[in-house]
Design a protein. Structure first.
Ligand code: NDP
Ligand code: OXD
Length: 308
């Protein structure tokens, strides 16, 4: 029975070593070595191979190497093949670190100090207590909730928004389109941690940004396609949005002429907010393979009706 990995090759070799130790009964292959395609039962992919079922007719489970599954076209994956997203502690820890550093950096005006240094300007800005800084996280899933609980520990005034209702102690919770406006008007730093689906594509548009208070700030760690980039540019140029930290963009990497590269109101990072960590992820994946073989429910099973 074969397990095929298609993603970053260096990390794939670490997966292979861990599989050899922890699940020696599975023949593990790192793409482009696919072994005998007929024997592949489990595939973990970041960018999926073309014609998955044509190539691997006996596939039983498709795993995403990451938390997102928007790289898969669910319409061409037969419904008898479960699609599983990545939920693992290393990925969660990385996202919490990124989100907290982004929120702290915006909260403590680091974007202003970076510009001031270039201008040789030694100027202090008043420190606002964290309890007065209202942070709003879109997406109260695995990563959104973990981030919210650490932001709360840092003393921020936190709220979350999701599709269905979630309760977290001390965190204001909003859900559904009806409550989006109320969530936005109380948000000074907006953090997008949504999955990309038909309902969330381009959700960060001119209308949504206009509902944030003037001078608010944005962190996008979901997907580049959540954001209408021209709307953000207009909001930055008018001063409505003070600064944006973007880890994900519509096109990655952006072309050299993209205005975000040089914009003083934008901090870019190359889609590195978090990464699946082989040492913790492999344990989770092997556990899921064993669950599948025992006919038990899989952790992180994607609900195809809602697309995440
Ligand atoms: P989850 O599936 O655990 O959580 C998704 C959350 O989004 C849920 O709370 C869900 O609501 C909410 N949501 C989905 N659709 C809507 C909608 N239409 N309206 C309102 N809320 C909605 O995902 P994760 O937390 O594991 O991951 C989130 C995303 O983070 C990934 O899909 C990926 O795109 C991104 N990511 C980015 C990384 C990076 O390095 N930049 C790294 C890892 C992930 P409900 O709870 O009601 O279902
Ligand atoms: C993910 C990512 O979805 O890294 O895991 O973007």
């Amino acid at each position: 029975m074969d397990f095929l990995y298609k993603g970053d090759v260096e990390r794939g070799h670490r997966w292979a070593a861990l599989f050899r130790q922890q699940a020696p009964e599975l023949n593990f292959h790192v793409w482009p070595d696919i072994g005998n395609a007929q024997d592949v039962r489990y595939l973990a992919a970041w960018i999926p191979p073309e014609d998955i079922l044509g190539q691997f007719p006996n596939l039983k489970v498709l795993f995403s190497v990451g938390a997102g599954i928007d790289q898969f076209d669910l319409s061409i994956i037969p419904s008898h093949i479960p699609v599983v997203r990545m939920i693992e502690p290393g990925l969660e820890a990385g996202m919490v670190q990124y989100v907290c550093q982004a929120a702290l950096s915006l909260h403590r005006d680091m974007h202003k100090y970076r510009i001031q240094q270039k201008q040789k300007s030694w100027l202090q800005h008043a420190i606002m207590p964290a309890s007065r800084r209202r942070i709003g996280v879109m997406g109260m899933g695995v990563l959104g909730k973990a981030s919210l609980s650490w932001l709360q520990k840092l003393g921020f005034d936190c709220a979350g928004w999701s599709r269905s209702e979630h309760k977290m102690d001390g965190i204001a919770s909003y859900y559904g389109m009806d409550q989006l406006d109320a969530f936005l008007v109380r948000t000074d730093i907006l953090i997008c941690l949504l999955p990309l689906t038909d309902s969330t594509r381009h959700i960060l548009d001119a209308d949504l940004l206009s509902q944030l208070p003037r001078g608010s700030m944005l962190v996008n760690v979901g997907r580049g396609q959540h954001l209408v980039e021209s709307a953000l540019l207009a909001a930055l140029d008018s001063g409505h949005i003070e600064h944006a930290i973007l880890d994900v963009l519509e096109q990655e990497p952006p072309p050299s002429e993209h205005p975000f590269w040089e914009h003083p109101g934008v901090t870019l990072t190359p889609h590195m907010a978090s990464m699946t960590q082989p040492d913790s992820a492999v344990q989770v994946v092997i556990e899921n393979v064993r669950r599948h073989q025992a006919g038990e429910p899989l952790h992180g099973l994607v609900d195809r009706r809602i697309g995440y």
